[in-house]
Each structure stands twice: as C-alpha cells, then as structure tokens.
Design a protein. Structure first.
Length: 758
DNA sequence: CGTAGTTTTGTTTTT
DNA sequence: CAAAACTACG
C-alpha cells in the first residue's frame, strides 16, 4: 500500500485512473516506469484485476525484464502471469500458437536482416532485375516501410505509378513468397501477420481481447502504424488502454514510428484522459535547462517544461578537439582519472555517439587506458559468423524448410560441396517443388553432382542423427554440443589458433552457456523457443546492471537509460546532426535529430559533457567540421568551457548571449535555415570574441604553400626529425608523409603537424 | 573446388 | 577505411 504515498499527485492520478483510455505524457526522468509498475500493482491489489488480464508492452527485452522485476517486488504471487514483453515477442508468442489459421506453419523461423538480404538477392536474380538499380538493401527498406504501414504487395502495386515502383512491388511479392516457402518470417512480418491474424480470425482476436483487459504501452511515441493497429484491435473491446510516451523523445521515424499516434491519441480513443508528468527526478537543473533550450527549437510539440528540485548542479561542459583521436583520449583519460581519484565507478559513465562507426576510437582509447567497457550495438553477438553457423545448424535441425539455414551450412565446415553443385540441388528442388533440404536427401537422383555427393551424404546423415537425438534424449544445450563435436567446428578453429579464431571459440562457448541458461530458465524448453528468443534480443538486452564498466553506445541505444556522467561525443555539424539530416530538405529529419539530442542530454544525472572534433576521418577521407548547432542552441551561460571555473554560472561574464547569435555574427556565416530561430534579445553582436566556443581555431586554414617539399628534412614537436616522403593535396589540407628517424613513417595533416624545415 | 588477391562500394539510427 | 563482392589462379 505504501507505494501510493511515494508518488506525486500527477503520478498518483495516473495510477488510479484505471478505467478507460489514458495518455501519460511523461517527460524524461519523470518516473514513468514507476507509474507503470505501481499501476499494475494497483490494478491487482485494489481493483481485483487478475494478473493474466494485464499486458504490458515495452520497447526492449531489457526494459521488460526490469519492469517484471519491479512488479514482482510489488505484487508477489501470480505476477508471472502478466505478459510483459516487447511488441515483437508478444506477436511472436501469439503467432506460434495460431499462425496456422492464416496459412503458415506454427514452427516458423525468424529471419534477421542478414537472412532477409540473402533472400532478396535471390529475388533480384529470379526476377532478373538490374542489380545496379535495384539494391537489395534499398528494396528491403521500401518493403519494410510498406509493412510498417500495413501496405500489402497488391496495394503497393496498385499505388505504383512509375516503372520502378511496379518492380519494387513485384520484388515485395516474390520476397514474401520465398519467406513463406521457407516457413520464415522477418521482423516486420511478426507484427503484420499478427494483425492479419486478428483481422481474419475474429475468434482468436476475441479471445485475446478477453484475456488482455488492461493494456499498458511504454515508449508510445515510437510505435508505428502496424503496432498501433495491433494495440487498437486488442484494446477495442474493453478500452482500458494506458499509453506512456513523450513526443519529444520520438526518435524512430526511420523505422516507421508515427508521431501522430501520440499526438492524435485523444482522437483515436475518444474520451481519453491526459496526464502530464513534468517533474524530473533524474537530472540537475542545469542539465534540464540545456535540454529544454535545445528542444524548444522544435515546432509542433506538446508544450511542456521539465523541472526538478534536485538543485542546480554544474553547467554542461563543452570541449572541442582537433581530431576525433584527441576527443577519445580526453574522454578515456578523464574517466580513468575520475574513477581513480574520486572513487567513482565505471558503471556511472556512458559515452554516446551518433553512429556506431564512431565507437572505434573510443574502444581503442579505453583499451589503452585500461578501462573496462562494454560496447553496445554494432555487430550483434548473434550476427557473428560462427554464431550464425551454429544457429543455422540448430535451425536446420528444428525446421527443415528453412532453406537459408541449410544452404549456409551444407559446406561448413568444408565438405567439398561447391557452388555449382549447390546450384544443381537448388534447381532440382525448384523443379520438384520441394525444399532444399529434401533435395539434398534426394541427392542420388540429381545428375552431375560428382564428388559433392559424398559431402552431401555426410551432411544429411549428420542432420538426421542430430534430429533423432533431439527427439529422443538430448536437450538444446546437448544438441549444440553434439553439433560442435560432430562437425569439428571448434577443433578446426583451435588448429588455426589466431586471435580471431580464439575470439570465435569464446563466442561459441558463450552460446553454449546461453543455451544452458535457457534450459534453466524456461518452463518447458524447446529448440524452437530458444531460437525465437535468440532472434529477438537486442544488444542492449545483454547489459548487466551489476557489471562495472563504461558503456559505449549510440544515442538511440541509450534511450531509456540513465547515468551519473554522460559524454555526448561527436557534437559536430554533419556528424550530429548527421549529414543526411542536414542536407535533406526535409526539416522533419532535423527535428528528429534534435529530439535525439534531447534524449542524449536527459540521460545524465549529475554531469553532462559534450565534445567535438574539428577534423575526423569519414570513409577514409578527412572531414573538417564545426561545432553542432545543438551545442549552439544551448545559451552560452549554461555552458562551461575549458579553463572556466566549474562553479555556478552567476560569474559568467556576458550574460544571455546565446550561441546562435555567435553564429550569426561570428566566424562562420549563417547557413541555410539558420536565421529563422527564435528572437532572443541581442545584447552585443560584437561580443563574440570572448565567448567563442572554441579556444582553438574554429576552422583549420589550409596553407597556400608549404615551406618544405618532398625529400626535405623536417622537425616535428613530438616525433622529432625525419624526411618528407610524400606530399598530397587533400583538397582542404595537405597530407604529408614523413619518415621519422625514431618512430618510422607517419602520415599527417600539414596544418596540424606544424612541421618545420631544418 | 577453394583460396588469395583485387576491386568496388558505401554509412545514420534498430526490433 | 573497412567490408563485401569479384576474379584469377592453383
């Protein structure tokens, strides 16, 4: 009972408004998870709602796990009957049970992005599309967008006017056909087919409507059209739907998220109650001020302003460096120092960036500084080659119709079955309308296989043995171990013994322990269920809250998390906001980037540091960059620069001169769209010199000539003397290669290297 | 058939 | 600067 008293009035109202549609507009850090969990407890304890009548949908499995844990603590008995999961897992669970009603087999497998690409490649070949024009990635993107908007291949074709659109629709249809033939669904299908199931089988829908009388949706601002449809169908009958979201944190438009779902909630569910949570319990006022300032540049928001009584805290720090290298060194160095000297933990820190590609430098510096870290995202554990191989074996054992899995491993490890033989088998399968695996079993009857036949036999007997073992006495872990030993996969890696191979063995061992974990945790474990669970995990799900390490991740992955100390890195135009968003004519995209920035800022509890580099390598090319507009949208007096004191902002010299001012009158000229920002009073247009953001030069000037040439002896401050080997005009700067006497050949940029002829 | 080397291509963000 | 896709050779 005590939990109600701990809530503020708005939170309590949200918990107690149990009947009818409810929209909770929850600003960052306003305690929405607490509201959701208390609400569940309240429903059960005070309203007599039975646990199995409640469904809660979260964005990631991690969030689901955390919520489940907190609900367990509050409710105790029976809480396991509550469905707490992601959209994808919920749909998957429903489909596992009923998908046969719409013509699929209940033992379907789930394809990841990589698998989908393989399928699409085959489709492009089949339809004889010009691969120069129709890239599988682009096609898949369009198909995914269509699915998220519940557009079928037929509808797409009907809407198509241009030739290419017609072709895309054809590809879409062929792709679906292939998936179905393989008894596979892609990520989007999980949602689309669940909706299709509900629409085609009213009795199934009805049974779920009866079951889920109280529905709660977290991160509602990131739902897309299919998800909305799914929720709407489920909630239609009892209308006890509670959604929590923050339009300012909508950052998944590229994935089809429809911000209208939250903005129009009251229209979709007439009579909806709306409650705003604006008190922030997470961050300091300084951090919130910065966040509020940045986000206020967006239009079409639901007006709200976060406040806190946590106290002012220190100002947001901004540091600019010459290169991304220096930036990473600073971040790593500072974390190492603070942990050492101020008794902080690594887990208090997060390093955020816009794209995964930026993680490399940080990783390197973390290793150099001996800082334990965890990289979230990037190459997913389950998409590593060795893991995919192992999973392909498991999938083949589980579902013989999954051609893709079979094709992946027929010849792994090498069994002497090459591309030509595989093509023959494929043909045979096609002609006889059977699956690839069935064709392999028929290999004797396929002409022209020659030596491959042996390998194929080896393969099919192995799979046969595995299947028999699985049916009779082995569990998931044991099957995997059998695969490992029978194929000699690990043994082969051990022989090679390079670092990479060792890492692969590690990964395989990790997979084995994951199967062991699964065996312990599952109620009635099955291979299919294991594979399904595995394909729906996000990288963030594996972050252990007790682990003491610095987290490195994209701003997107950071959503829903919080840290004492946050570094937002790569705060440069064209990096963040990304080049795509800046050059695109669509201002929507820029607003989404700004929301992403808002998400980033509000992750910080105590201290936020923004960093930027003046130059970084992008695609092997040096790029010269200037500070992000988002930094400049934070008023100058909320920012602390290098060399300034850390304490309160009252000491700040020129008050209320904000950064966009500086941009207008300062070094870099106003660019497109820049002049249109709000009209803060101009105090001193000339005051820019003193409060310039960077203590360094803003832009690197390319020298019009160099006072040394190839063959000359030069001196470098750090590397000493050397001979110039090569000078290349890189457009914005000269790239100089020097062979140093003491430390060998280095390549550098003339304007940074400051080489002196001797 | 398998491998090693070469060329090309490409970048947001993720369940 | 990668990874992926191709190509040519053993």
């Amino acid at each position: 009972m005590g939990y109600l008293e701990k809530l503020n009035p708005q939170q309590r109202e949200a918990v107690q408004h149990t009947e009818g549609p409810l929209l909770i507009l929850a600003g960052a850090g306003s305690g929405k998870t607490r509201v959701l969990t208390c609400r569940i407890a309240y429903l059960i304890e005070h309203c007599g709602v039975r646990p199995w009548n409640i469904m809660a949908i979260t964005f990631t499995n991690k969030a689901a796990g955390e919520m489940r844990e907190r609900v367990d603590g509050l409710v105790g008995m029976g809480s396991e009957a509550i469905w707490v999961s992601t959209f994808h897992s919920s749909c998957c669970r429903i489909l596992r049970r009923y998908i046969d009603r719409i013509g699929y087999d209940n033992s379907f497998t789930i394809y990841d992005t990589d698998d989908s690409r393989q399928v699409m490649k085959a489709v492009i070949k089949e339809l004889e599309l010009n691969p120069k024009i129709y890239k599988e990635k682009a096609l898949l993107g369009k198909i995914s967008a269509a699915k998220n908007n519940l557009v079928s291949p037929d509808e797409m074709e009907a809407d198509a006017s241009r030739w290419e659109e017609k072709q895309t629709a054809r590809a879409y249809r062929a792709y679906q056909k292939r998936l179905k033939k393989n008894n596979a669904l892609d990520f989007d299908d999980l949602l689309v087919l669940a909706v299709e199931l509900f629409e085609k089988a009213p009795d199934v829908l009805e049974s779920y409507q009866e079951r889920f009388r109280y529905i709660l949706i977290d991160e509602y601002q990131d739902t897309n059209t299919v998800q909305f449809r799914f929720v709407k169908l489920l909630a239609e009958k009892y209308r006890n739907i509670c959604v929590v979201g923050d339009d300012d944190q909508s950052i998944y438009k590229f994935r089809g998220a429809n911000i209208m779902n939250i903005l129009n909630f009251e229209k979709s569910f007439p009579g909806a109650k709306v409650i705003k949570l604006e008190q922030n319990y997470r961050s300091t006022q300084s951090i919130l001020d910065a966040a509020n300032e940045v986000i206020s540049n967006n239009s079409g928001r639901k007006e709200k302003k976060l406040w806190t009584d946590n106290g002012q805290g220190t100002r947001v720090r901004f540091r600019e460096f010459q290169t991304g290298y220096d930036e990473a060194e600073f971040v790593a160095g500072e974390i190492a120092k603070k942990v050492r000297e101020e008794n902080r933990s690594y887990r208090d820190y997060a390093v955020l960036y816009r794209t995964n590609a930026q993680s490399r430098l940080f990783e390197e510096k973390m290793i150099a500084a001996d800082i334990p870290y965890k990289l979230v995202g990037g190459v997913n554990f389950y998409s590593r080659r060795e893991i995919k191989d192992m999973l392909a074996y498991l999938k083949t054992v589980d579902n013989g119709l999954d051609d893709l899995a079979v094709q992946r491993i027929v010849n792994v490890p090498k069994r002497g079955v090459g591309a030509t033989s595989l093509a023959r088998v494929q043909n045979y399968a096609l002609e006889n309308g059977i699956s690839f695996y069935e064709a392999l079993q028929d290999a004797d009857r396929i002409p022209g296989l020659g030596r491959s036949l042996n390998g194929i036999r080896k393969f099919t007997t192995l799979i046969g043995r595995l299947r028999a073992a699985g049916r009779e006495y082995l569990n998931v872990r044991e099957i995997l171990e059998m695969i490992i030993s029978e194929t000699g996969y690990v043994a082969e890696l051990e022989e090679e013994g390079t670092d990479e191979d060792k890492a692969r063995i590690e990964n395989i061992n990790e997979l084995v322990s994951k199967t062991a974990d699964y065996m312990e945790q599952a109620e009635n474990p099955s291979l299919s269920e294991f594979l399904q669970q595995v394909s729906l995990v996000a990288d963030i799900d594996s972050v252990d809250p007790d682990g003491d390490y610095v987290l490195l991740m994209t701003l997107h992955s950071a959503k829903g998390l919080e840290f004492d100390y946050v570094y937002m890195t790569g705060m440069e135009e064209n990096t963040f906001p990304s080049y795509m968003a800046v050059s695109g004519e669509d201002s929507e995209e820029l607003e989404e980037e700004r929301r992403l920035c808002y998400v980033g800022i509000t992750r910080a509890r105590k201290e936020l540091t923004m960093t930027a580099a003046q130059m970084r390598m992008v695609r092997g090319e040096p790029q010269f960059l200037r500070a992000s507009r988002f930094v400049r949208e934070i008023p100058r007096d909320l920012i602390e620069l290098e060399g300034e004191t850390t304490d309160t902002r009252n000491f700040m010299k020129p008050p209320e001169v904000s950064m966009d001012r500086i941009m207008k009158f300062g070094t870099v000229g106003a660019e497109r769209g820049y002049g249109s920002f709000g009209s803060r009073p101009v105090r001193s247009p000339r005051g820019q010199a003193g409060n310039h953001y960077s203590l360094n030069q803003f832009r690197v000037q390319k020298a019009d000539h160099l006072d040394y040439q190839e063959g000359d002896r030069v001196r470098h401050v750090k590397f000493g003397d050397g001979t110039v080997q090569n000078i290349k005009d890189g457009g914005k700067d000269y790239e100089v290669t020097v062979d140093f006497d003491t430390c060998g050949v280095k390549r550098m940029f003339a304007s940074f290297a400051k080489l002196k002829k001797i």
